[in-house]
Design a binder for this molecule. Structure first.
Ligand SMILES: [Mg+2]
Length: 242
């Protein structure tokens, strides 16, 4: 099969895949793809706040990880974060939920079973630092590799190819996930909060949904193709198509 043929295999109705299909898909892929991840946290302080939700997709098998926990007693909660995720503080501190330590441990067990141990996310130094700090705090083993793929850099590289400049505003990169989505032809429907205030109403952030958005953008930026059927109503822009 030609490389072009293999790339075409990247657009499939994943929901309908059986285990046998997964194995067939692995054979179809030219090399391994990273694990896309996203975290939802109780604030922006990566030491003082907590992780309450993790979403991840193994792009090789399309297996998902999606789970929640209660944050630690001492973890801070910011009002801005509650607006972003559309939850109340009690939800993040729900005693009926597993602990943050258990959540991270489960996620590491899941990662350990992956064929590849590298993550991709939108600014991995953010998500990976959150995880690293908690692995130390709970004395858990790291099951992923330190090299991460970054949709921010991939999007900026592609943006430069198309526009002959990076997307910079007010002296800094303006390529948030929302801007990557727009660049990839997908409307940003999520709520936007800046300095604790809602600047655009929209859907609350969710780790698995955000991981799916990141994966869809990655597929469009790298392979010029739609990934999930639910996004196929949004055409891949001409500039990205291959
Ligand atoms: Mg998110």
């Amino acid at each position: 099969m030609s490389l072009e043929g293999k790339r075409d295999k990247r657009t499939v109705d994943w929901e309908a895949l059986t285990e046998k299909d997964y194995l067939a898909r692995e054979e179809d892929i030219e090399g391994l793809l990273p694990i896309v991840i996203d975290l939802e946290t109780s604030g922006l302080d990566l030491v003082k706040s907590g992780i309450w939700q993790i979403g991840a997709i193994d792009l090789n098998t399309m297996e998902e990880f999606f789970d929640e926990a209660r944050i630690d007693e001492e973890d801070e909660v910011s009002n801005g974060a509650l607006k972003v995720i559309g939850k109340a503080e009690e939800y993040l501190r729900d005693k009926d939920k597993q602990s943050q330590k258990e959540l991270i441990g489960k996620f590491m067990n899941w990662v350990e079973k992956r064929k590849i141990k590298n993550f991709i996310c939108h600014h991995p130094h953010w998500d990976v630092s959150w995880i690293m700090i908690r692995l130390k705090k709970y004395n858990l083993d790291k099951k992923f590799h330190h090299r991460s793929f970054d949709t921010h850099t991939i999007a900026q590289t592609k943006f430069y190819e198309v526009n002959n400049k990076f997307l910079i505003e007010e002296g800094r990169s303006n390529m948030g996930l929302g801007e990557v989505l727009e660049f990839c032809g997908i409307p940003e429907e999520r709520i936007k909060v800046k300095e604790g205030e809602i600047i655009k109403e929209g859907k609350p952030h969710n780790a698995l949904e955000d991981a799916k958005l990141t994966a869809e953008c990655f597929n469009r930026l790298m392979f010029g193709k739609n990934l999930f059927p639910k996004f196929n109503k949004f055409e891949v822009p001409e500039t990205l198509r291959k």
